[in-house]
Design a protein around this ligand. Structure first.
Ligand code: GDP
Length: 430
């Protein structure tokens, strides 16, 4: 739905790297002037950290638009739902003073549910040879069950008779894997969640009709380089955070890249920063913007900007604009290195090898380093007020990646942004 005029009606916010880019705060900002916020993939493995006047608040299965009471939040088909965890989250948000009711939150009847046996199965998988350091939220197992036609969708979970009718075959299947499930126990265990979540069930087709001409923000979870098809296979998440995972129309794709990208687990980390500098950049555990997993609490490995995968992510997503997040963090460094190419077995290459064995052998080739701006920029709101070196850095991204920097994030709060692109700026104004 590319529109001819300059007005954007639907923005997709998508991670460009390995996740944890700060998508949540951008979604919070963009939904200040939107009608609906849609989570299109993933499950409770997402952890989008936002900040309100009381401090840090993390959304997992509630779209980040929940922070703005006028926005309808839709957890769409393609997402996975953990009934117990979503109830915990709803209660936490209510305690904090947020409304979470059918007026502002709906869960697709087609979302697949994560049940207790998925969690048990994941614990077993994560002790085996193919472990990938998951968040232990049963995501891979729920997705596998879905693909194996053994999943249960939210509409079936909510109906006691349907739930009772579907479970016995699953119980048989899991007994073969050494996981024992008692039908009566399960029926009893999930009753409270069924009763409390019933009011949130909605149909995707109804939401599409109801919000046809309204303003949308599509919220991605995880990120492109974790995409099941386009990412660093097999160190991936089991969904499509990339453009491939969006079934809804949109007219602007904002790709979010954290200027000091982070990664976790065994994934190759080609531009890894030296440990001492990482420690400095990571921040104090517990701080809103510290580099520890929002869901897992694990320390993240920090990387120098890498134009090889960034260019790939921009291309395969056909991104319209770039959001550079944590731009303020550059002020902690005297100079910044940019990886422009890789060396594979001594030969310079400028593409991303997908063969996992070759990828692990790649070494970074850095272009000319840029001097940083050793100054606090978190209160700057206009591009022209940025220090000269900060502008040069933005130019370096635009020149190398051939894309407009539409938004610069200079602090954890939603209002700590600079929006150089008119189209993106106008999305925020009626
Ligand atoms: P998400 O999953 O993509 O929403 O990202 P996370 O929640 O895992 O991590 C982003 C963290 O960075 C959050 O704690 C944000 O508050 C913080 N953050 C986002 N943008 C900025 C920024 O521009 N500067 C700083 N210092 N922190 C930011």
């Amino acid at each position: 739905m590319k529109m001819n005029n300059n007005k954007i009606k639907r923005t997709a916010v998508m991670g460009g790297g390995f996740g944890d880019e700060g998508k949540g705060k951008i979604v919070d900002l963009l939904t200040k002037n939107a009608d609906i916020c849609v989570r299109y993939q993933g499950g409770g493995n997402a952890g989008h950290t936002n900040e309100d006047e009381k401090g840090k608040i993390v959304t997992h299965q509630l779209p980040s638009g929940i922070l703005n009471p006028w926005v309808y939040n839709f957890y769409a088909a393609g997402c996975l739902l953990d009934p117990d965890k979503v109830l915990e989250e709803i209660n936490e948000f209510r305690k904090r003073g947020y409304e979470v009711s059918p007026k502002n939150y709906g869960i697709s009847e087609l979302a697949h549910v994560t049940l207790d046996y998925h969690l048990k199965e994941e614990k077993i998988a994560e002790s085996g040879a193919f472990k990938v350091d998951t968040t232990l939220r049963g995501i891979t197992q729920t997705t596998s069950a879905k693909v194996n036609r053994q999943g249960i969708r939210f509409c079936e979970f909510l109906d006691q008779d349907s739930f009772r009718a579907i479970l016995p075959k699953i119980i048989e299947e899991y007994a073969n894997k050494g996981i024992n499930i008692s039908l009566d126990e399960y029926l009893e265990m999930y009753k409270p969640a069924q009763e409390q979540l019933a009011e949130f069930v909605v149909k995707d087709e109804d939401i599409i009709k109801r919000f046809k001409d309204k303003k949308w923000v599509l919220e991605g979870a995880q990120a492109t380089m974790l995409d099941m098809d386009f990412g660093y296979y097999p160190f991936i998440t089991t969904s499509n955070p990339s453009r491939k995972g969006i079934s809804f129309d949109f007219d602007y794709l904002l790709l979010v890249i954290k200027v000091i990208p982070s990664s976790v687990g065994d994934r190759p980390k080609i531009t890894q920063i030296d440990e001492k500098t990482q420690e400095l950049l990571r921040g104090k555990k517990g701080n809103t913007d510290a580099e520890y997993g929002a869901t897992s609490g694990r320390p993240r490995q920090l990387l120098w900007p890498d134009f090889v995968w960034a260019d790939y992510a921009i291309t395969i997503n056909e991104a319209d604009g770039l959001a550079l997040t944590k731009f303020d963090k550059f002020s902690m460094l005297p100079e910044i290195k940019f990886c422009t190419d890789y060396k594979l077995d001594g030969k310079k290459i400028n593409y991303l090898p997908h063969d996992r064995i070759k990828l692990a052998r790649c070494k970074p080739v850095y272009g000319e380093s840029l001097e940083s701006f050793e100054q606090d920029i978190s209160d700057i709101r206009k591009f022209e007020d940025l220090p000269k070196n900060a502008k040069k850095i933005v130019q370096c991204y635009e020149d190398n990646l051939k894309i407009k920097v539409a938004l610069l994030s200079v602090g954890p709060r939603y209002d700590q942004v600079i929006i150089p692109e008119k189209k993106m700026y106008s999305f925020l104004n009626k």
